[in-house]
Design a protein. Structure first.
Length: 392
């Protein structure tokens, strides 16, 4: 089994877990005219035995079967999920054969549904199977076709339905709307009052179906702030889990490609997102200017801030810290520039030595610069604690 097939099996497992947990909600969302006829207490799930549920060749399909009382008579719902756009030639015929097999096994009515998670040019052609002759129609078989990428997410944003919260992430949206849609999925999830396990199931599907890049992640952060979601209980845990998953994937991808810079960027993104969430959780929304200053910090500065913020009591403490960090960074750059101008590029790691100095010694270095006659005097001052102390 190759990696793509393993991913397809995992996607199928997640989707079937969604159906087994929220089957009635699925029917209520997509087939509301039938939901009232389904006895919710009668719902039972059947392990599929039809061969097409296996992932074979280029087909990535999984089947889900629910046996229910529908209008006081036993009925089966067969829900097939196509996880990847592909040539769907033969899908309708396979569906027909599998419905016939279920009919043979259970001898009860079968209601067939196909859910398309990705769009194919052939999707609209796939809604039934017919056998006709010039003098008669021998067979006409049809099924419900639900193509998520052709459904407008905005029509589902106020449905108050856990299945909608998960599947909006696969519906039609523009590239610009991706962060907003993910935020809307999270907003709906917070309104559903689900237990922890069910909330994690929905949030896992949202993140699987709608991963964001670095730029989109920043827009998403702004959206959930605007919706005032960050202060709600449990939201930080969900969003942080999305972030950690993204960082792990980014690092794994970076390792496989041999890109150390990509790994460092992934770690930096994780720290800045975590720091911003902690600040917002403690002090409420940040001004755009403050948030930009935090995002512009170096990895080393972010690590220092992540410890310092534990002692902050208000926005004012953050503003003071950022001012000092900006002052220090500017002073470091000024001194390094002056050193290179006077003495050229030195063999020793001057940048690292300067960055290790406390702020008061940085200021003293600025004064001592006029006394250094050569680079040896500079290095003696930087590496000799006593000389630095005597200059204070």
């Amino acid at each position: 089994m190759n990696q793509r097939q393993e991913r397809a099996i995992e996607r199928g497992r997640l989707f079937n877990e969604l159906l087994s947990t929220f089957f009635w909600d699925f029917i209520a969302l997509f087939l509301p005219h039938l939901a009232g006829e389904v006895d919710r207490e009668s719902i039972a799930f059947v392990e599929p035995e039809v061969s097409s549920r296996d992932i074979v060749s280029d087909r990535e399909e999984t089947d889900f079967i629910a046996r229910v009382q529908f209008r006081d008579r036993p009925t089966c719902f067969l829900i097939r999920t196509e996880h990847r756009a592909s040539d769907r030639t033969g899908l309708a015929r396979r569906m027909f054969h599998d419905v016939v097999e279920l009919d043979r096994q259970y001898a009860i009515p079968i209601y067939p549904i196909v859910v398309f998670l990705d769009q194919s040019d052939r999707t609209s052609e796939t809604n039934g199977y017919r056998v006709t002759f010039p003098d008669r129609q021998v067979l006409e078989f049809s099924f419900v076709s639900i193509c998520l990428p052709r459904l407008n997410w905005q029509e589902f944003r106020d449905r108050h339905n856990p299945v909608a919260a998960a599947l909006m992430a696969k519906m039609q949206m523009t590239l610009e709307e991706r962060p907003r849609v993910k935020a809307e999925c999270l907003r709906m999830l917070t309104s559903l009052d689900l237990n922890l396990d069910r909330a994690h199931l929905i949030s896992g599907l949202i993140d699987t179906y709608l991963p964001l890049n670095v730029i989109e992640e920043q827009v998403f952060e702004s959206e959930i702030d605007r919706m005032q979601l960050t202060a709600q209980e449990g939201i930080m845990e969900i969003v942080t889990s999305w972030m950690e998953k993204g960082i792990e994937q980014g690092i794994a991808q970076g390792i496989s490609q041999g890109i150390e810079q990509g790994i460092e960027q992934g770690i930096g993104l994780g720290i800045v997102v975590t720091v911003l969430r902690q600040l917002k959780h403690r002090f409420g929304p940040l001004s755009p200017n403050l948030e930009k200053q935090v995002r512009d910090l170096s990895l080393e500065q972010l690590e220092v801030l992540s410890e310092a913020l534990l002692d902050f009591e208000s926005h004012a403490d953050l503003e003071k810290w950022l001012f000092q960090a900006g002052f220090r960074q500017g002073l470091e750059q000024l001194l390094i520039g002056q050193i290179k101008h006077r003495f050229g590029d030195l063999e020793s790691p001057i940048d690292e030595l300067i960055q290790q100095l406390p702020i008061d010694q940085l200021e003293q270095l600025g004064k001592a610069m006029f006394e250094f006659k050569n680079s040896e005097n500079l290095m003696d001052w930087l590496t000799d604690d006593r000389k630095r102390d005597n200059s204070l």
